[in-house]
Design a protein around this ligand. Structure first.
Ligand code: HEC
Length: 128
């Protein structure tokens, strides 16, 4: 049967292999770029996170992140962004949204402080 397969068919097979490899490589690159919470699953960290949020973020995001204005309501990250909540959180705290009044925190607060705050936020996400 193999001998029946002409040149063209092999070229298609080769092309498919190259595409599969490229897709796998891109997937891996995306996986690497995704931020990771070093405290994921650590419920003991959440309480510290709450107090850090109250110290640094509460005057805009409300005490314990209770805030009625939706664009600033940090309990709605999962509802708004689903699986990408962690990506949006990290990008927003790193780069800020200066045009909207959200400050840049990169270089102001250490990464571990921001991740502690995120760990707290994960425990208070509004259920869909
Ligand atoms: C000076 C006020 C202010 C402070 C302080 C502040 N923020 Fe914000 N933040 C904002 C505003 C305003 C927005 C909404 C921006 C918009 O409309 O897109 C926002 C948005 C965000 C978002 C994106 C919310 C979303 O649903 O897209 C995150 C995450 C966030 N802030 C985290 C933090 C954290 C963590 C802190 C404390 C370390 C903090 N912010 C401190 C004003 C502030």
């Amino acid at each position: 049967m193999g001998a029946v397969m002409g040149h063209k068919a092999w070229r298609v097979v080769l092309l498919l292999c190259v595409l599969a490899l490229a897709a796998a490589w891109c997937g891996a690159a995306e996986e690497r770029a995704r931020p990771e919470n070093p405290y994921a699953g650590r419920s003991d960290i959440a309480e510290e996170g709450r107090s850090l949020l109250n110290q640094y973020c509460a005057h805009c995001h409300g005490p314990n992140a209770e805030q009625g204005e939706r664009p600033r309501d940090l309990r709605r990250l999962n509802i708004r962004y689903g699986n990408d909540a962690i990506v949006v959180f990290w990008k927003t705290v790193q780069q800020g949204r200066m045009d909207k009044g959200m400050p840049v925190w990169q270089g102001v607060l250490p990464d571990d402080t921001l991740w502690r705050i995120f760990s707290f936020l994960e425990t208070i996400q509004t259920q869909p």
